[in-house]
Design a protein around this ligand. Structure first.
Ligand SMILES: C[S@@+](CC[C@H](N)C(=O)[O-])C[C@H]1O[C@@H](n2cnc3c(N)ncnc32)[C@H](O)[C@@H]1O
Length: 269
């Protein structure tokens, strides 16, 4: 499958996209000398920020896009490195003090099993910090799914599955996985964009890449044109355009003992 992540398109909204990253980083109760894993690290600048903020001993940024990693690798050094791989394949060996992921886990299916795997990557007392957009029930996503239905033949029946759970389900999941402390919040980031057309540019950098991967260039442009035509009915024609963006931020800390609580049953490690 082609690598359709485009660092320049993605970073067009860098200021808006990085705000939740900093909020998530602030939720971490950091200590010096940690081993940190950043899943879906993207262009790496924010991973470097996290590495320095925590004064980590070692930070590994993992991403499945060589184009994103090409940018990220310029920040390597001083215990920070980047690796190619898919989150679901768990390619980075060993245990971590912090597993961190900003705006990436929505691309991975089966969150209950995924979070179980992520908690198994943590040392006793380890922390998990995750931020996921929660826009699945908004027109921007519903219209993309409807457009995918119209292009079903060209897409071979593919439609992006909606993976994101409710905040309360993430809270339950963290509890079940033995996170003795946790904080889960739904936050609305109010973005002021130049016009409603900027929303299309925003999604070209993320959601639409999944359709771009599966279509030739000409069909993809027709897809975006149809998506735009349908979506504009839901977005007010105002300049600037106010775009409320929902995100779930969550943090949890495992018990700091040799006993790991697994599915709320104590198991000796
Ligand atoms: C929206 S960007 C977020 C990048 C970065 N975390 C940030 O906050 O700017 C999502 C990133 O996740 C990566 N990604 C998506 N699915 C992935 C997977 N299954 N395994 C590894 N990386 C993945 C993409 O390549 C992309 O760089």
């Amino acid at each position: 499958m082609q690598d359709t992540w485009n660092p320049d398109v993605y970073e067009r909204f860098q200021q808006e996209r990085s705000r939740p990253f900093y909020d998530l980083a602030d939720m971490v109760r950091g200590q010096e000398g940690w081993r940190v894993l950043d899943l879906g690290c993207g262009t790496g600048k924010l991973t470097q920020y996290l590495h320095q903020k925590l004064a980590a001993r070692e930070t590994v940024g993992l991403d499945a896009s060589e184009k994103m990693l090409l940018k990220a690798r310029q920040f390597e050094g001083d215990g920070l490195r980047f690796e190619f791989g898919h989150i679901e394949d768990d390619p980075v060996p060993g245990k971590f003090d912090l597993v961190f992921s900003n705006a990436a886990l929505q691309w991975v299916t089966g969150h209950e099993a995924l979070f179980e795997k992520l908690s198994a990557k943590l040392q006793p007392g380890g922390q998990l910090a995750v931020q996921i957009p929660a826009m699945d029930s908004e027109p921007v996503h519903i219209v993309a799914a409807e457009t995918a239905q119209e292009f079903s033949k060209e897409l071979g029946g593919y439609k992006r599955r909606l993976e994101v759970l409710t905040p309360e389900d993430y809270a339950r999941l963290l509890y079940k996985l033995g996170f003795v402390e946790q904080e889960v919040r739904l936050q609305i980031y109010g973005h002021v964009l130049p016009s409603r057309e900027a929303v299309i540019e925003w999604y070209r950098g993320t959601l639409l890449t999944t359709y771009q991967q599966r279509l030739d260039a000409e069909t993809y442009e027709r897809f975006v044109e149809r998506y735009t035509q349908k979506l504009m009915k839901y977005l007010e024609d105002e300049r600037p355009f106010f775009f409320p963006y929902k995100r779930i931020l969550m943090w949890g800390r495992l018990d700091n003992s040799k006993f790991k609580i697994q599915n709320r049953k104590a198991v000796f490690m």
